[in-house]
Design a protein around this ligand. Sequence first.
Ligand SMILES: [Mg+2]
Length: 343
Amino acid sequence: MKIISIEHSIEKIALKTPFKTALRTAWDVEFVRVCVRCEGGVFAYGEAPATKAITGEGLEEIVASLEKVAGLFIGKSIGEAFVLLDTLSDIGSSTIAALDIAFVLLDALQKKQTLFEYFGTQNKEALKSAITISLNSSQEMLCDAKKAYEEGMDILKIKLGADISHATKVVHRIAKEVPKAVLLIDANQAWDVEGSRKFIDAIRSLDVALIEQPLGAKEREEMAELTRYSSVPILADESVFTLEDMRYVVEHRCADMINIKLMKCGGIRKAREMLEYARSNKIKCMMGSMLEGPNSIRAAIHLSFAYRDVITFVDLDSPMLYKQSHENMPQDFIYKGNCIGII
Ligand SMILES: [Mg+2]
């Protein structure tokens, strides 16, 4: 099965409400969709969202990268495409992820395997995703948290900013008013060591499941210091893009848990290497995502089912945030509240 074309389009899906973190505000999910066609009319999609603040790739960069490399894959088998993709060092991780997702799906089609068979998935029981509570005033965040919980979303990912007293107040208010919700904190690198310690001390009495990326991505030693100090598990997100980063963070105990995202590591095959490493070293992970389109989320959903033994938290809420169901939604997963079912 040889590749005969690789085309791309820019897609946009409106969000119900703006998505705000310490790094950015987004009103839409914007992504590049790649369609890889093979002989015999077989095709598959991959997607890469614009996340310039994280991977350095906006839509323009992704399109430019695709235009640069797409031609290299024409006439190649899927196996050859994988080998070639692994040698491309001058394009970003999201672009690589988009191509990898499409190639993996084609590989499964070529092997006549369902994705369950391909990934070795045993247990298809529904999984729950966290839902993001965007960074806003404490009153707004409390309202959003209450509303989400009333709608059945019981795992809340609370986005916090640099202001530690605001952060502390928000978490105390939500913990008090929505006591049964599981609370995940994400500071998106906004804090320093002193502020983080202050926050950890201030929430000691509360039941918080984890604190994600309190410090800058490169501040590994400080992350290690904080991990030793913290009574709440520390989750590394922006500090870990690749398996190499993950090994470093695990070996030096810079964090207790790792957030794996297809767009950071460069797609399904790289994410599987990280999940296999987690499995053999008993490292708890989160399967995360950017604000993404439905086809890249689908890949992350399949990995979450296949590696549910090491994925303690699933953070794939993008489809829950779309204003309306996207026309090109893949048909093999459904969201009901925060439960993800797979068909
Ligand atoms: Mg994060």
